[in-house]
Design a protein around this ligand. Structure first.
Ligand SMILES: NC(=O)c1ccc[n+]([C@@H]2O[C@H](COP(=O)([O-])OP(=O)(O)OC[C@H]3O[C@@H](n4cnc5c(N)ncnc54)[C@H](O)[C@@H]3O)[C@@H](O)[C@H]2O)c1
Length: 328
């Protein structure tokens, strides 16, 4: 039985609490959050202890720590947890600043096999199946990868101001997905789009189209938008010489309705990440628990978190130069 503490009792802390509580070899022992009664409220739902003192986690007897705090706290909390001998599942991104991510990698050093990065989309059953069928040679390699990732609506400006920009905040999931399905990336071309004036005013984009050149000759396209009238739009297609693999959006039903004024209707896409990626979050916790119990390194790693940030930085520079190619 792996005993967990969660640091940060917000949206993602709640997601992980649910997945830990549902796992037969995991137990939520402690929730820490310095703000108000957030920790107590989350802990109460699972019979866990709670504290407003985050440092209490590092002297507690838990085996594993989920770092689900706001991004600026990740590095210090990852390092403190590893120093305390805990296994760590840390939310993305490692940090918004590559130099800080490098400090984290250096401080963790040869204990990096104790840290997993929360790129949950790798554990989505559809995307994970695509990966194993690509590895099995079903489409003869990946020549072109298309990742469509659109949010239903933009977060508030106050959030966006501290988010690090669309590439570090939102595209980072897709950059990791591109590395997951295509492999190493050598060049990034990013075009930022401005349709929303309030987002333009803070120097950010509300849409982006990226082209990533892969080391193996394949090319990935990432299409992002902060708004999507049809809901949370999450699709991936891998095209190879002997076929294609496609993972489509999820809807609440697989049954389609046909009528006089509509055909093929199956209801709206599952709403946003909490619903769309429920299975992925559960599979992510399962992978972490299984790896830690077996004493093997979980994946994606801290290094994967750093690589995604390198690509996000490259995209930020490319977009600032109007879509100039940036080598990585
Ligand atoms: N993998 C995913 O799908 C996913 C989804 C959402 C968020 N995230 C990441 O998770 C992190 C948290 O995002 P969120 O949406 O849950 O935010 P949130 O604002 O909902 O929750 C953050 C929580 O952290 C608490 N907190 C504040 N300062 C803290 C500190 N010093 N130490 C510990 N806790 C502190 C806050 O009180 C709050 O309860 C971010 O890094 C974000 O990028 C990942």
């Amino acid at each position: 039985m792996l005993r967990f503490a969660i640091i940060g009792a917000g949206r993602i802390g709640g997601v992980h609490a649910r997945a830990i509580a549902a796992h037969p070899q995991a137990e939520l022992a402690l929730v820490a959050d310095p703000v108000g009664d957030a920790a107590a409220r989350l802990a109460a739902g699972y019979g866990a202890a709670s504290t407003t003192d985050v440092d209490a986690v590092f002297v507690s007897d838990v085996d594993a720590v989920v770092v689900g705090s706001p991004t600026p706290f990740h590095v210090d909390q990852i390092v403190a947890a590893v120093d305390a001998g805990k296994a760590v599942l840390a939310e993305k991104p490692v940090d918004l600043d590559l130099a800080r991510a490098d400090e984290c990698v250096a401080a963790v050093g040869d204990r990096a096999d104790r840290v997993m990065l929360g790129f949950n989309r790798r554990f989505d059953p559809g995307f994970a199946e695509m990966k194993s069928r690509i590895l099995a040679g079903e489409i003869g390699g990946v020549e072109q990868l298309t990742i469509i990732s659109r949010d239903p609506s933009a977060p508030p400006a106050a959030y966006l101001t501290g988010s690090g920009g669309i590439f570090r905040d939102m595209t980072i999931h897709d950059l990791d997905m591109a590395r997951f399905l295509l492999g190493d990336i050598t060049e990034v071309i990013a075009v930022g789009q401005n349709f929303a004036d309030d987002i333009k005013e803070i120097g950010d984009y509300d849409g982006a189209v990226l082209t990533l050149r892969g080391a193996n000759g394949g090319v990935a396209t990432i299409i992002n938008s902060r708004h999507c009238a049809t809901g949370y739009d999450q699709r991936v297609e891998a095209f190879g010489p002997t076929g294609s693999l496609r993972a489509e959006n999820h809807t609440a039903t697989r049954v389609q309705y046909f009528g006089a004024d509509v055909s093929g209707a199956s209801g709206p896409y599952l709403d946003f990440f909490l619903q769309r990626y429920t299975e992925a979050y559960a599979a992510e916790i399962d992978h972490f628990v299984t790896a830690v119990e077996a004493g093997v390194a979980p994946s994606p790693s801290l290094a994967d978190g750093r690589e995604a940030l390198v690509l996000a930085d490259a995209a930020t520079r490319s977009a600032a130069k109007g879509g100039a190619p940036v080598s990585v």
